[in-house]
Design a protein around this ligand. Structure first.
Ligand code: HEC
Ligand code: HEC
Length: 409
């Protein structure tokens, strides 16, 4: 074989090794099988997957959808009795008319607290392989349990919540019909809620219609914006596929929320979360920004990384980012255009981990407008829902029984 023929294959082999090593390094750093898989996909196609129309959500084989289960899950989602003091249920922080989220930077918290992160929308959460900003739980079933019990969220106890359900005849009947148990089991409540959440999907956005062939679904300006999204602005590198997310974790430079310096209650919550998640004492005393994905493997290179969120339904879910620091989409686009800095030049508390993919974009005002117009195509009609009627507690005794007991005294 002549040297000329050998050379290209050697080069190819060398390139392949380099790519593989880089992937392996990144995979260990991310420590997740999903990350490995998406890396494999990226290498095979040499480029991120394109945006795609959203298919039906995955349904786990051990929690099939039935109409009765979905209806039960819906009632439970809106019922504040699934929480500590019966004031804070799922819908308290995931309000249908606030984008199924909470329209403040930090979510409201359990009474006496604020939350430490922005409330995420429930719409399309059925598609994520890991939930929460730092991807800490692997299923909706586990997520619901951790939300209802979390100290700054529902703050409930399993036995108390289960007892409350047992005291509500309407629930006893529904749980029996759906799950066949004599008494409601709290684990079944999370299953029913998850089944309900799997119905909260939006698959008919202008973008879906366009990608399915209806070229009139996007305006000319939006088509220009899409080209920027896929090209000059580079959004597609992370916001790709049918959910417009690669579900990987990056530090993109989001600055810490100033409320941690100015608002005592927010500071207390932040400290509590650091402590609860096993921060070292030194870290507890000195940490000023949310370490995010760090809590998953306690690797310092993961500080300030968060899961790429979907861009679907974002028309209704402001403010944005894990700590809600940006109140409008304009601010988000300006932040990216500056290379991951806010208007005061602030960036992540962990600049050493900032992704190399985030750099100044040089978008003109007109290009920013085009991109903003395109971002609207990720949302369809607002999904509204009336709160269902709540089944009532059985009275523990009748008025006559109470009077009889008092007379007997
Ligand atoms: C006190 C406010 C609060 C309550 C109550 C609450 N949540 Fe949340 N929810 C949040 C916040 C804040 C986040 C993001 C937290 C994080 O990432 O650390 C979140 C995240 C989620 C997510 C993840 C979405 C995603 O994109 O990964 C789901 C699903 C969810 N909540 C469902 C529920 C359900 C079901 C309940 C009731 C059992 C509930 N929540 C109760 C505030 C709340
Ligand atoms: C390197 C990967 C990456 C690139 C490139 C990227 N994003 Fe993001 N995006 C993320 C991550 C990660 C977050 C969450 C960051 C956080 O909360 O700290 C995010 C958050 C967002 C949010 C907030 C969504 C919400 O629900 O709060 C919007 C909107 C957004 N990105 C739009 C864009 C646009 C537009 C571009 C292109 C100009 C872009 N992104 C480029 C990874 C990326």
């Amino acid at each position: 074989m002549s040297i000329k023929k050998i050379a290209p294959s050697l080069v190819a082999a060398a390139v392949a090794t380099v790519v593989l090593t880089a992937c392996q390094a990144q995979e260990t750093k991310m420590g997740s099988a999903a990350a490995g898989k998406s890396m494999a996909a990226k290498t095979a196609q040499s480029g991120p997957p394109p945006l795609a129309p959203l298919g039906p959500p995955p349904i786990p084989p051990d929690n099939k959808q039935t109409p009765a289960k979905i209806e039960l899950g819906k009632i439970l989602f809106f019922d504040p009795r699934l929480g500590g003091d019966a004031s804070t249920g799922c819908s308290t922080c995931h309000e249908p008319d606030q984008g199924w989220a909470w329209a403040e930077d930090f979510s409201r918290g359990y009474p006496g607290t604020v939350h430490w992160r922005n409330s995420q929308t429930i719409i399309n959460s059925a598609y994520y392989s890991r939930l929460f900003w730092a991807g800490s739980v692997p299923s909706l079933e586990k997520q619901a349990k951790s939300a209802a019990k979390g100290g700054v969220a529902g703050n409930g106890e399993d036995d108390i919540m289960e007892s409350r359900l047992a005291l509500i005849p309407g629930y006893r009947k529904r749980f029996k019909d759906v799950f066949g148990s004599e008494w409601p089991l709290i684990g079944d409540a999370w299953r029913a809620i998850s089944a309900f959440e799997r119905t909260l999907v939006q698959r008919d956005t202008p973008l879906d219609k366009y990608l399915l062939g209806d070229k009139s679904a996007l305006t000319e300006q939006q088509v220009k914006g899409m080209a920027l999204f896929n090209g000059k602005a580079g959004c597609i590198q992370c916001h790709n596929g049918e959910m417009a997310t690669d579900q990987d974790y990056y530090n993109i430079g989001v600055p810490p929320n100033k409320r941690w310096e100015e608002d005592g209650l927010a500071q207390v919550t932040f400290r509590f979360e650091l402590y609860a998640k096993g921060m070292t004492e030194e870290g507890y005393r000195t940490t000023k920004a949310d370490p995010g994905f760090y809590f998953r493997g306690k690797n310092k290179w993961d500080k300030g990384k968060f899961r790429t969120p979907s861009l679907r339904y974002t028309t209704y879910t402001a403010p944005y980012m894990h700590n809600g620091v940006f109140y409008t989409m304009e601010e988000v686009v300006d932040f990216y255009n500056r290379g991951g800095f806010d208007e005061e030049g602030r960036t992540t508390g962990y600049p050493e981990n900032k992704s190399k993919l985030i750099k100044p974009l040089g978008l003109t005002d007109e290009e920013k407008e085009d991109l903003l117009a395109f971002l609207e195509a990720f949302s369809g009609e607002e999904i509204m829902m009336e709160k269902p009627a709540m089944p009532e507690y059985a009275p523990l005794f009748t008025k006559a029984e109470l009077e009889a007991a008092q007379e007997a005294k």
